[in-house]
Design a protein around this ligand. Structure first.
Ligand SMILES: NC(=O)c1ccc[n+]([C@@H]2O[C@H](COP(=O)([O-])OP(=O)(O)OC[C@H]3O[C@@H](n4cnc5c(N)ncnc54)[C@H](O)[C@@H]3O)[C@@H](O)[C@H]2O)c1
Length: 460
């Protein structure tokens, strides 16, 4: 049974009916939720880089009451910075899930540590904002969808481009209003990924619980290499980002992530698939193939060298949909999403919205309510990260599906994961969207899931 929802954000006006087209200012969700008793008690799991931005964005509405991180230095510093040292800190996030005074959970751990706390948080009666990409495998997505349905909890994924006004929202409204016509192809350009030199086994930094950091993944040595110091423009020495298989750089290891294909793929493939859905093309893919360059050799989908980054550095994938629509995922052109229909094409990125249908807006503006419609008639905010949090908290309060829901997210993340499987095996794959299985390729199908290390199984 659902926990009764607490009375937070209760003064927010009820949905888009009360918030006219593009009317985020001057009345914002933040202004309306200053009352102390409206605040939401939040438990954070993973106090790393993005958590700083997220808690900063949510701070008008949430009280950070508990922080879990497997790095003692990080959890203490986070507590000082964002909770004045007053939050409870833990090595094991499960202590947060046991607390009845925590309303919502933010999961901002590395990708291999998303599914387990998300599932357990939902089962503990919490609503969850989890960073993208929601899962490390396709089958983990099936589980999250199942538990979300079973518990009815609200889960927002951290694909904040969905809450970006006006750029992405206007692009989506143009699509929804038929200004590009029927979409024939979409392109998600997501940039190249780095490689690294061989990284030596290194001493685990003091305070980092490396066993728990790896959690469900087979144990590996900690690796670290500090690059040479360089000078900044004022002549001051600065250390470049270190190469490691730990903090931040986990992105470039298939053990912990999907590389660029899921890191940025989760953002731009999401926009591409959102556009297709708004265009009435909701079917999943039928096939995916292409080329990928890896910094290491693979055999049977497994990297043969274990001392350096192993995810694809360059790639070009071609995804087929019923009816002949195509999606391209590539690294080699301007970062952004290109949407091409039979009436026109638009390009949208974090800094640009261009194309003839955009130019035509001055003579033929979007109808009133067009943005609100693509935003599922939910309240809007100017800053995208704040907007995404506002969206989550409002949906948690009002028991609505948020803008980055688990279903649309897994539909598109499945494509990113399939690209990763195809890259590692070096062959094209056929996909049956109704059974969510790869067709006629047992080896590839085995990569839809991953084993969990003993002691780190999902607790259900
Ligand atoms: N939405 C966005 O634009 C965006 C931007 C950056 C990162 N992200 C996502 O956020 C996630 C985190 O990325 P990051 O760059 O902040 O990484 P990070 O390495 O800086 O932070 C991750 C933190 O999680 C901690 N951690 C690991 N295992 C844990 C566990 N079991 N319990 C508690 N804490 C644990 C680590 O010690 C680290 O402090 C990734 O999934 C990434 O894709 C999203």
């Amino acid at each position: 049974m659902k926990n009764p929802r607490r009375g937070f954000l209760s003064s927010v006006a009820g949905g888009a009916a009360a918030i006219p087209y593009f009317a985020w200012a001057p009345r914002t969700l933040g202004d309306e939720t200053k009352a102390k008793n409206d605040r939401v008690a939040l438990g954070l799991i993973g106090a790393g880089g993005i958590a700083h931005a997220n808690i900063g964005a949510a701070k008008d509405w949430v009280d950070l009451v508990a922080i879990a991180d497997v790095d003692a230095g990080r959890r203490e510093a986070f507590n000082e910075k964002h909770a004045g040292g007053k939050a409870a800190v833990y090595d094991d996030y499960r202590r947060i899930l046991e607390r009845n005074d925590v309303d919502v959970i933010h999961v901002a751990t590395p990708d291999h540590w998303h599914t387990k706390p998300v599932v357990e948080a939902m089962l503990a009666g919490k609503d969850v904002y989890c960073e993208k990409p929601l899962t490390l495998t396709i089958d983990e997505g099936k589980l999250i969808r199942k538990i979300q349905k079973q518990t009815g909890r609200i889960v927002q994924v951290g694909t904040q481009q969905r809450s970006t006004f006006p750029l992405f929202a206007t692009a989506m409204a143009l699509v929804a209003e038929g200004r590009v016509g029927r979409i024939r192809q979409v392109q998600a350009a997501i940039g190249a990924a780095p490689s690294s030199p061989a990284l030596p086994v290194a001493q685990v930094p003091k305070g980092l619980d490396w066993d728990r950091w790896q959690g469900p993944v087979p144990l590996a040595d900690y690796r670290f290499l500090q690059g040479p110091a360089t000078k900044d423009k004022d002549g001051k020495e600065k250390l470049p980002q270190a190469n490691t298989n730990g903090h931040y750089e986990f992105r470039w290891w298939y053990e912990y992530s999907g590389g660029k294909l899921t890191d940025w793929g989760a953002h731009h493939v999401d926009i591409a698939m959102w556009a297709l859905a708004l265009n009435g093309q909701t079917a999943g893919p039928t096939a995916i193939g292409g080329t990928a360059v890896h910094p290491v050799t693979f055999e049977d989908g497994v990297p043969l060298q274990h001392d350096r980054y192993n995810t694809a550095t360059e790639f070009f994938f071609n995804v087929d949909f019923p009816g002949g629509t195509k999606l391209f995922i590539r690294n080699d052109t301007d970062n952004g999403v290109l949407i091409e229909g039979n009436k026109g094409r638009i390009f949208v990125s974090r800094g640009k919205l261009a194309g003839e249908p955009v130019d035509q807006l001055k003579d033929n503006p979007l109808p009133e309510g067009a943005l609100a419609k693509v935003y599922k008639n939910l309240p809007m905010q100017e800053n995208e990260r704040k907007a995404h949090w506002a969206n989550f908290l409002w949906c948690a309060k009002n028991n609505k599906e948020p803008i980055s829901d688990v279903h649309s997210h897994m539909k598109m993340l499945t494509i990113c994961h399939l690209a990763g499987i195809s890259a590692r095996l070096g062959r094209s794959l056929k996909w049956d969207d109704s059974t969510e299985q790869i067709v006629g390729d047992e080896q590839a199908n085995a990569m839809l899931a991953r084993p969990y290390r003993k002691g780190y199984e999902i607790e259900m």
